[in-house]
Design a protein around this ligand. Structure first.
Ligand SMILES: Cc1cc2nc3c(=O)[nH]c(=O)nc-3n(C[C@H](O)[C@H](O)[C@H](O)COP(=O)(O)OP(=O)(O)OC[C@H]3O[C@@H](n4cnc5c(N)ncnc54)[C@H](O)[C@@H]3O)c2cc1C
Length: 435
């Protein structure tokens, strides 16, 4: 098939694989990137918010031609029960800056653009090519890959595993374990199409301004989960995800959750009259710092979702993917520059560099958070949202009940639902996990 031996083979053309391939190819390394999808992005699912700073570090002038949807000027956080939402929102004209900080994107278009940049940087990109196996030397070092195409192995000094959350290749090769059901979420997503002026009017936006809503509460039926609604130019991405272990235990259906979210009285008017064109489902790594597997070895490194680098608390993934891909590429360039072999000892540089970045620092900060929310999911996703809604309604409804009685009723409802010690322990544990 391919006779040439490459400096690096990158498996996967998502955010992390493109970042790694671009970084290495633009510095003159010979790079082969293999993607199983028909085209880059065809297999990828994301909300999607893209964080500009991390892309700017790879392609500084990306705003010139990247397919960006809307720059975000407003974010709403909603705690929902079945008929209401209690919200917090932040909107600032500061986000209408010359170089906006966050954009909504559509991955199918964005990944194609990113891949074009990778090709222009000099990498060879082959789609519809699944890497089936890692090839090892007698000493066990990864020295190349086999694919589902005819022909023999393809060799490289180093293989970058950017194959996404499932990481079947790395798992089959014994480089990492299969992610546990309690450390991955299953998310389902739909695209609702509406004219741009309707979106702008419904969300109070002008031009390319965008707004996102992130919501938690009874919509996930006491499972640990989050729903989202993101405005694109002429569409709205809308979805919900919960832990796979919770789906298995409750036997709830993701499609039913999504349907309920769409039909919630706070959401229904925002998507009324839309045409649904796409439906997709995907896993998200949510195990946090403790779920990060081995990141490097003899002849290989793992980046992005394949390395479980995802910040579930801040709902960030693509930025960790791009940054880990870039850093892996930079580490490989440096090792090559020193004429050193791509062995475990030298590739440890990637981990050293990653540890100094926001990627590992952020995941370390919230290392106990996923476990806390997941083990007390009923409290956080059912009991407290209901109590919050009751308290808000009690506060707002004017019905002749003296305020002092209303306050007592609200306090009593909280204590009845959780007990005084239950409440205190949840607050303390949350504060400790957040510190
Ligand atoms: C519903 C949803 C919403 C999300 N929203 C956001 C958001 O708003 N903002 C954000 O930052 N992150 C978000 N994320 C997370 C984000 O999508 C991921 O963190 C990011 O895509 C990870 O990039 P990656 O390159 O590591 O993996 P992926 O993007 O999954 O790319 C992996 C690539 O490898 C290819 N591949 C796999 N196996 C092989 C093989 N054996 N051979 C060849 N190719 C292979 C796949 O086809 C795929 O193209 C969301 C995720 C989901 C599921």
């Amino acid at each position: 098939m391919i006779e040439q031996e490459f400096d690096a083979i990158v498996v996967g053309a998502g955010m992390s694989g493109n970042a790694a391939a671009y970084t290495m190819a633009s510095q003159g390394l010979t790079v082969l990137q293999l993607e199983r999808g028909e085209y880059p992005g065809s297999k990828n699912v994301q909300g999607a918010i893209m964080y500009a700073d991390m892309l700017e570090q790879i392609i500084p002038d990306f705003r010139d031609d990247a397919p960006l949807e809307r720059h975000l000027v407003e974010q709403r956080f909603w705690v929902m029960d079945d008929t209401s939402h209690t919200g917090m929102q932040y909107r600032s004209d500061d986000f209408n800056e010359a170089k906006p900080n966050r954009y909504t994107i559509i991955r199918a278009q964005f990944d194609k653009w990113f891949s074009r940049k990778v090709r222009q940087a000099g990498a060879t990109v082959l789609c519809e090519t699944t890497v089936t196996e890692l090839v090892r030397s007698a000493s066990g070092k990864v020295i190349g890959v086999r694919t589902d195409r005819a022909g023999g192995p393809i060799y490289a000094d180093v293989v970058v595993l950017a194959e996404g959350v499932n990481g079947l290749l790395g798992t089959r090769a014994g480089l990492r374990k299969m992610p546990k059901p309690e450390s991955v979420a299953l998310a389902v997503k739909e695209m609702h199409f509406l004219p741009d002026e309707v979106i702008e009017q419904r969300f109070g936006l002008q031009g390319d301004e965008g707004c996102v809503i992130e919501a938690a509460g009874t919509i996930s039926r006491s499972m640990a989960g989050l729903a989202f609604l993101y405005t694109n130019k002429e569409s709205i991405s809308l979805g919900i995800g919960c832990l796979v272990s919770d789906f298995a235990q409750t036997m709830e259906s993701p499609y039913v959750l999504l349907d309920n979210f769409k039909n919630h009285p706070s959401i229904r008017p925002l998507i009324a009259g839309s045409e649904v064109k796409e439906y997709s489902a995907h896993l998200i790594p949510e195990g946090g710092y403790k779920a990060i597997p081995q990141l490097f070895g003899d002849g290989w490194v793992a980046v992005g979702d394949a390395a479980q680098l995802n910040n579930a608390i801040h709902r960030e993934g693509s930025n960790l993917a791009m940054t880990s891909g870039r850093i892996a590429g930079e580490a490989i360039i440096e090792i090559k520059g020193r004429n050193q072999p791509m062995i475990r000892r030298n590739l440890a540089l990637y981990k050293t560099m990653l540890d100094k970045s926001f990627v590992v620092k952020d995941l370390m900060k919230y290392k106990d958070m996923p476990a806390l929310i997941h083990t007390n999911s009923r409290n956080f996703f059912m009991t407290y949202p209901q109590l919050m809604s009751q308290a808000a309604q009690n506060f707002m409804r004017v019905d002749g009940t003296p305020k002092i009685e209303k306050e007592k009723a609200t306090t009593a409802a909280f204590i009845r639902a959780r007990s005084r010690w239950g409440l205190i322990s949840d607050v303390v544990r949350l504060a400790l996990a957040w510190r």
